[in-house]
Design a protein around this ligand. Structure first.
Ligand code: UD1
Ligand code: MG
Length: 471
């Protein structure tokens, strides 16, 4: 079969049934979008069959957002070409826009037509259709179908001895609505067949749209190829269907992790994004959320209730219950939480310890340093083996600007200390508990900055609480 195949990916629709404020194809899915999953399988297929097809992505509704997504996530990819459907007049009209805008599209021998809302499609499906067309060269095309337990919303396949037709839900009679074989919206067609048929379509149907499904008439040489796995073709028209797709992909992801040696104590309660990586030997407790491009090394323990977004966790580290990490970098053998918060720019080097109710933002904590309880560390640098006592605050904000706190190696900061930034405390220094440090402290110095204690013997009884009542 010729490798002259064009790919039309239809993604211009309004996605009205989704009720989200972005194009349906960009609906979030496992930390990515519907579109990314479709592009993955199309690329895998092209690679397997060594095709050089470009992908004509038809955009319309909020097209700038799709364009921006492609520019951000596929900057080097010259194979994705955008076509513009000016008005959303239906799927057949979207295909017209593809041929209108994508250079050389009419010159391809075959055209794959793919809906931009079917994220579970696999390369296998494309390969099967391709191989059928390869075998039966007299065919004008192949349409992928599947059997749906609940066919509502899908076009029904109406078969006859000489072919088939597709009737959309809105146009179907009650009897036709009982048919469970439905149209997947995926077709591989001879481009000449499309050329002949596309111009003849009208919008005389209940939706008042130009329907791609009207391409097929009983007597044409187009085969329906029924696939067994209905999940693969799940079309996302509603948020409920989006949830279905997400739970299928989530199961796939956790299964893959388990096979690679990650222990998930209750995979059904964990939400791990598609691009998150976890190495073998790690244990994930129930109710954990791991999002974005998070990378977790080997033998890491993540306890319940932890949320991790776009962070790195080094080997052998433990993240204890209910901690929240965002764009943080955690080195080897680090201990975080329970109930700690690492905000963007938190950079914890090897063997650092962050205890309960500690918040760290845009700060580097060097090897072996400890902030064990109830502290705020923002815009700070904490030296190796430094020990920061309970209730430390880096006062980093003067209401206008942020300032830096630097604490040296092995320095011991007592409890309830505030460092009013900008301020620098040297190596091997000692800061007395309850101090408010406003001036730099040199290496090896002891600093105390609090009111002196006065103790007055026998004075307590002068206060109302101890004053004797007169009888
Ligand atoms: C479509 C099929 C239906 C099939 C189902 C499978 C048609 C007429 N119906 O229905 O038979 O069972 O998919 O999931 O094709 N789009 C445009 N421009 C438009 C309209 C739609 O680009 O003017 C795009 C959408 O963005 C979407 C795709 O075409 O990615 C399919 O449109 P959608 O509205 O989801 O069609 P369905 O009602 O699901
Ligand atoms: Mg759809």
């Amino acid at each position: 079969m010729s490798d002259k195949i064009g790919i039309a990916l239809l993604a211009a629709g309004k996605g009205t049934r989704m009720k989200i404020n972005r194009p349906k194809t960009l609906a979030p899915l496992m930390g990515r979008t519907i579109l990314d999953f479709i592009l993955d399988s199309l690329k895998e297929f092209s690679l397997k069959k060594q095709l050089h097809s470009s992908i004509g992505l038809v955009v319309g509704h909020q097209k700038e957002l799709v364009k921006e997504h492609i520019e951000n996530f596929y900057p080097e990819d010259k194979k994705i070409v955008l076509a513009h459907q000016k008005e959303q007049l239906g799927t057949a009209d979207a295909l017209k826009s593809y041929f209108h805008d994508v250079k050389g599209a009419w010159d391809k021998d075959y055209t794959f037509v793919v809906c931009g809302d079917t994220p579970l499609l696999t390369s296998y499906v494309f390969e099967q259709m391709y191989e059928l067309m390869e075998k039966e060269s007299s065919l004008d095309g192949v349409c992928a179908s599947f059997y749906a337990d609940d066919p509502a919303g899908y076009g029904r396949i109406i078969k006859s001895p000489i072919g088939f037709q597709i009737v959309e839900e809105k146009d179907a009679t009650n009897e036709q609505k009982q048919i469970k074989e439905v149209n997947s919206g995926l077709y591989l067609l001879k481009t000449s067949f499309i050329k002949e048929r596309l111009a003849l379509l009208d919008s005389n149907n209940k939706a008042g749209e130009f329907l791609l499904t009207d391409l097929f008439q009983k007597d044409f040489q187009v085969k329906v190829m029924a696939f067994e796995d209905s999940q693969t073709f799940l079309g996302i028209n509603t948020l409920e269907q989006l949830e279905q797709a997400e739970s299928i992909l989530r199961k796939k992801k956790t299964k893959k992790l388990q096979l690679s040696g990650v222990r998930l104590i209750d995979s059904s309660s964990c939400y791990i994004d598609w691009n998150a990586e976890i190495e073998a030997g790690s244990t994930i407790y129930p109710n954990v959320v791991i999002e974005g491009k998070t990378r977790i090394g080997e033998s890491v323990v993540i306890e319940s209730g932890v949320v991790i977004k776009d962070s790195e966790i080094g080997p052998g580290s433990s993240i204890y219950a209910n901690s929240y990490l965002e764009e943080a970098s955690v080195g080897r053998g680090v201990s975080v939480g329970p109930m700690a918060r690492l905000r963007p720019g938190a950079d914890l080097k090897e063997k650092v310890k962050i205890g309960n109710f500690v918040e760290v933002k845009k700060s580097t904590l060097h090897k072996g340093s400890k902030v064990s309880h109830l502290s705020y560390v923002g815009d700070a640098e904490i030296g190796e083996e430094a020990n920061i006592g309970c209730g430390f605050i880096s006062c980093n904000y003067d209401g206008v600007q942020k300032h830096k706190t630097i604490i040296g190696k092995r320095t011991f900061v007592g409890s309830d200390v505030q460092a009013v930034a900008p301020v620098k405390i040297g190596d091997d220094a000692l800061i007395a508990a309850g101090s408010t440090i406003t001036h730099d402290v040199p290496d090896g110095a002891f600093a105390i900055a609090r009111g002196r204690q006065e103790t007055k013997e026998g004075f307590a009884k002068k206060f109302p609480v101890f004053r004797k009542k007169k009888s």
